[in-house]
Ligand binder design. Sequence first.
Ligand code: CFM
Length: 545
Amino acid sequence: MGKAQKLVQWDPHNIKEKLLEKYPPKVARKRAKQIMINEALENTTPEIVANVRTIPGIITMRGCTYAGCKGVIMGPTSDIVNLVHGPIGCSFYAWLTRRNQTDGINETNANYMPYCMSTDMQDSDIIFGGEKKLAAAIQEAYDLFHPKAIAIFATCPVGLIGDDIHTVAKNMKEQLGDCNVFAFSCEGYKGVSQSAGHHIANNQVFTHVVGKSETEKTQKFKINLLGEYNIGGDGFEIDRIFQKCGITNISTFSGNSTYDKLASANQADLSCVMCHRSINYVADMLETKYGIPWIKVNFIGAEATAKSLRKIAQYFGDQELTDKVESVIAEEMPTVESALKEVFPRTKGKTAMIFVGGSRAHHYQELFNEMGMKTISAGYEFGHRDDYEGRQVIPTLKVDADSRNIEEIHVEADPELYKPRKTPEELAALKEAGLEFKTYAGLNPDMDSNTLIVDDLNQYEAEKLVELMKPDLFCAGIKEKYSIQKLGVPMKQLHSYDSGGPYAGFKGAINFYQEIDRLVNSKVWSYMKAPWQENPELSATYVWE
Ligand code: CFM
């Protein structure tokens, strides 16, 4: 089927209708509010419903609050012992399943990421309580490793029986003396998705770790990179570029992080927010408590990388840094451009769909644009309305019972450590010169009109969308991978990157161009015939027949 034929084939209103057709009326009404046709309505984009509970019975792509806390935010912390309080399944299935990496370089060379540590609760612990077992496990971890910090994660049963993990952590911290022990009430059911887990994790890291470093960081051009998790080595590539430019990355939250790096975040002079979904509130708290301004950056896409580096240089306003950044861009771009030139004739005009957790469904559109590819449908598993519509909608967001469940911590200027990095006049001058602070635009404005934006897409709708819109590429996660491939459409995992990456920065862009070129131009998919395509009627015989 030719390209032109495909694009004129569908009408978004029609697709939406078809997606909802099979649902009972009440479910269809609810889902209709999460499926949005991106069209201008008197200069605004339509409102989408997001960050609400998945309708029971629907097979969502989401994960749980524990996954967001333990897996996403704390998973990449190499020298903090991650101890899961709960039955072994929660710990085992979270063990090394996210491709965050570490170079293990820290003062102690400690790397606990390959371990799976759990209290392994049994029936009797559920009945009589698991606090003693937790205290014993903390002691055991301490005796084995003598770590700087131990983080404890609550799983659903712990919340249900009411173990007081925070008191256990506090007592053990006092008892051990030289180990920071803190706990997360991140029971899987706590929120509507893993997004709640990010918030719980970040709040505790902010309360118990940030500002506690004993070493003073004296380098020049100090930044924090918030919301970068070093999947497939993305963070290594970004750090390579920073180093080349002479920018000091004090602390990444939390890719390739260590206790001391997180503890030093208050010493940076600028926070750069990459994945706003998982961390925007930390940027605000760092500003309120320590006086560090923040900007939005994106290192997915070569152009986006160059733009982000220029923003950082503009903030510091130092000629030497600006020149260095320009020379690094000039040095890196020719290789990127020649790689792009090679694939462009083959990728131009192809279409993609992106359904990942949060920011990536937006950020990766940059890379596809560079390749001349159109994103015809996208959405987040657990994004909030600001991730779709832009940060300006935050004050208008409804606070429902589920969001109230997540603790909001109150932060004030630190009496000793608060130090405004720029005067109000300097900030105003930078704004005047076009540098935007504390803002991001969201996915909707970047997508073409009449594209389909779907929040919390589910398995049924994913297959239906592919069937109706026939994209050249579908991007999501492992749960969707094989069902989509069986439909004869190539599928790229944008959570784990399959076994590829990095895709961030300049070298990452080259990797991505080549990988996507291979995927969308492979003929293998057109030979695919799912069993039911050849033989739509299922038949079986009993073995005794
Ligand atoms: Fe941010 Fe992420 Fe994402 Fe996310 Fe995630 Fe991830 Fe993701 Mo998977 S922090 S929101 S909770 S960019 S693990 S590194 S790929 S769903 S789009």
